[in-house]
Design a protein around this ligand. Structure first.
Ligand code: NAD
Ligand code: ZN
Length: 268
């Protein structure tokens, strides 16, 4: 596997593997880029088809939903259809394998994601979601979860209702919305606390497939760095981020399995 990488990248992967093998507390933040190789477009990719004239940033907001709930609901139903048949890629699997491995190697690994797909869970990981879950709904007014078993049925596209008709809440008649954190909204308190604690106390922070533009999630790497952690970034198009100690400029699905194999080999 190592041989498939360029010589400079091999040296960087080896440095990262050595660092990780010698540390116990690891915090990992993933973004849309880790799901790109599963076929899920990132937010920075241009939208296609029906939605090519819209920007995600203009649809994923409370204002957009208040103005035109039907438009925003239709967009999410379309996104659900797009994601429904997608499966984890080697990066998700490598992380899940690493989490399993920490049971015996004494490492503490906290996995945090900005993604609303549930490909980390599908791969077998335990993950903290900062931005909600594409497969859950709740009321836009009273916030009570709307149970529709989308999550349970997400792998059998036939049984999912991708209807674009707006749903209303049985308690207050408010419109039902996806249980996703939109631009301008606060993050779930418990998830953010888990993320902040893990970032502040980790020895290595790994940022995978995120443009590090969306705050507060983007601040986690800075918090880790201020508290003495080393920062590793995995992104084929690295961010102009001055706090990064090791950059692995390659797709997550290519580099993660190699990195974890190398680290594991050094631990035994
Ligand atoms: P982003 O779209 O802003 O950035 C994606 C980053 O991934 C870019 O820097 C890109 O260079 C990198 N990338 C592309 N392909 C990659 C690969 N194969 N391996 C590694 N990196 C790769 O996404 P973001 O930083 O997560 O932030 C934007 C918001 O988008 C988040 O709030 C997130 O909730 C939302 N979002 C989620 C999904 C999802 O759940 N899969 C999809 C789109 C957007
Ligand atoms: Zn309600």
């Amino acid at each position: 596997m190592l041989a498939e990488l360029s010589p400079p990248l091999i040296a960087q992967v080896q440095d990262a593997a050595k660092l990780l093998a010698s540390k116990r507390r690891i915090c990992i933040l993933t973004g849309a880029g880790i799901s790109a190789e599963s076929g899920i477009p990132t937010f920075r990719d241009k939208q296609t088809g029906l939605w090519e004239n819209y920007k995600a940033e203009d649809l994923a907001t409370p204002d957009a939903f208040a103005r035109d709930p039907k438009l925003v609901w239709s967009w999410y139903q379309w996104r659900r259809k797009l994601v429904a048949d997608k499966t984890p890629n080697p990066a998700h699997h490598a992380l899940a394998q690493w989490q399993q491995h920490t049971i015996s190697n004494q490492q503490q690994l906290t996995l945090i994601t900005q993604n609303v797909d549930n490909l980390h869970e599908q791969a077998g990981s335990i993950v903290t979601h900062l931005h909600g879950n594409l497969w859950r709904n709740r009321c836009s007014q009273c916030h009570i979860p709307y149970i529709n078993d989308l999550e349970g049925s997400k792998n059998s596209e036939d049984t999912i209702n991708f209807d674009e008709l707006l749903l209303t809440c049985p308690h207050c008649d408010g419109y039902i919305r996806p249980d996703i954190v939109w631009f301008g909204e606060a993050l779930p308190v418990q998830a953010w606390q888990t993320a902040e604690e893990a970032a502040a106390h980790c020895e290595v922070f790994i940022s995978i497939g995120t443009s590090s533009l969306v705050y507060p999630a983007a601040g986690l790497a800075q918090l880790a760095k201020q508290n003495g952690a080393k920062v590793i970034e995995i992104n084929p198009d690295p961010t102009p981020n001055t706090i990064v100690d090791i950059t692995l400029a390659e797709k997550a699905g290519v580099v993660m399995p190699v990195l974890i194999a190398q680290m594991t080999a050094l631990q035994f």
